[in-house]
Design a binder for this molecule. Structure first.
Ligand code: PLP
Length: 373
């Protein structure tokens, strides 16, 4: 894999490195009523439903913007003004959903665990049994704050067993970690164009159970974020209500071709898992420690604890790596000082090994003997 024009490799949670083919798909202009564009838009939506295993039960409703726009639109559309929600929090993205509910004026409770700890399943069951007013559970599949894999299938089962409805932020998981609507009951799942499906940023979408969405007219607190109206309009004439991100959608279609050629979720997961293993093994050999044990680590983004060596300065480390063509990401944890390195995007073992070479050389330049925390 090579980047075009010597762009840096983005080892981040997004925006991510995309392929030349995906970028090239944008070298045209399309009218919003153009038949070819309408067909592409429909194909992209159908392919996203298929990835979620929702062909018979779910619809895909896209919305302009980054992933958060899709999360905000989905929560506002699916949760009625008088309904109460339980938000599972173990990082910034769970917290963000609680904040979205504050803005939308929806009542909620949180069930919070530390950033390196998945939600307690017995606690979830108990919370749902204790409060009959809770109508929805909202959860994050891979909490990108730490890179932790939350047990979404168990969360879904407990939520369904208690007769409640589940909404999943699958932003950094969808396309690389399996989810099948036939086995994992959910009312809505949100993701975006630019994470594991490797499109360019600018489009969010929700995969929504049609029977649930049909009852959501009038829930939304914002016109442009009303996914019920967005869905009805798009079903009517195949068009978007407001200016569609045409280039983003056509690039996404090309990215989905490459996703399918790679073997779908299984193929994508295999490449990211290989990236993650090479990265973690290589960093451990330099003394670094991961925040998470292997069984909680999703192959999406890895949190490393900040080295104790006095010569280590994160900004200098970051700048030197960027100078060598590798962009990493600061940590966002409250439990420990840390930084993150992503495994996702159009990256393979050659890129990760290149990043490890750059890290080794940078530590030497900085006079850091070990990455040990
Ligand atoms: C990236 C991400 C989002 C959306 O972030 P945007 O910056 O709005 O694209 C939401 N949830 C999770 C878990 C994410 O990783």
């Amino acid at each position: 894999m090579t980047t075009s024009d010597n762009d840096p490799w983005l080892l981040t949670p997004g925006p991510l490195t995309t392929s030349a083919k995906t970028k090239e798909a944008m070298l045209h202009d399309w009218g919003s009523r153009d038949a070819a564009f309408i067909e592409t838009n429909k194909r992209v939506r159908d392919r996203l439903i298929a990835i979620a295993g929702g062909d018979r039960s779910h619809v895909c409703v896209p919305v302009q913007g980054s992933g958060t726009f899709a999360v905000e639109a989905t929560l506002g559309t699916m949760i009625a003004k008088n309904e109460k929600t339980l938000v599972l929090v173990n990082g910034a993205y769970g917290q963000r959903m609680a904040k979205i509910l504050d803005y939308a004026g929806r009542a909620y409770d949180t069930l919070e665990t530390p950033e390196d700890t998945p939600p307690g399943l017995d606690d979830l069951d108990a919370a749902l049994k204790a409060d009959p007013a809770l109508a929805h559970v909202v959860a994050v599949y891979c909490e990108t704050t730490s890179g932790i894999l939350n047990p979404i299938a168990d969360i879904a089962r407990i939520t369904a067993d208690n007769g409640r409805r589940l909404i999943i932020d699958a932003m950094s998981a969808f396309g690389a970690l399996p989810i099948d609507a036939a086995d994992v009951p959910f009312d809505a799942l949100m993701a975006s164009s630019n994470k594991c499906l490797e499109g360019v940023p600018g489009l969010g979408y929700a995969i929504i159970r049609q029977s649930a969405l049909e009852g959501c007219q009038g829930n939304a607190h914002a016109l442009s974020l009303d996914l019920y109206e967005q869905w009805v309009a798009m079903e009517n004439n195949g068009q978007w209500r407001f200016t569609p991100p045409t280039h983003v959608i056509c690039a996404f279609d090309a990215a989905l071709d490459q996703f399918e050629a790679e073997g779908g979720v299984e193929g994508r997961h295999a490449r990211y898992a290989a990236n993650c293993k090479i990265l973690v093994d290589g960093m451990r050999a330099l003394g670094f420690e991961t925040l998470l044990p292997v069984d909680l680590q999703a192959p999406i983004i890895v949190t490393f604890k900040m080295p104790a060596d006095k010569a280590f300065d994160f900004q200098a480390f970051y700048d030197a790596l960027a100078g060598r063509g590798y962009v990493i990401y600061p940590g966002k944890l409250t439990v420990a000082p840390s930084f993150r390195i992503g495994c996702i995007g159009h990256l393979d073992d050659t890129v990760i090994n290149g990043a490890l070479d750059a890290i080794r050389a940078t530590l030497k330049d900085l006079g850091v003997a070990s990455g040990a925390p």
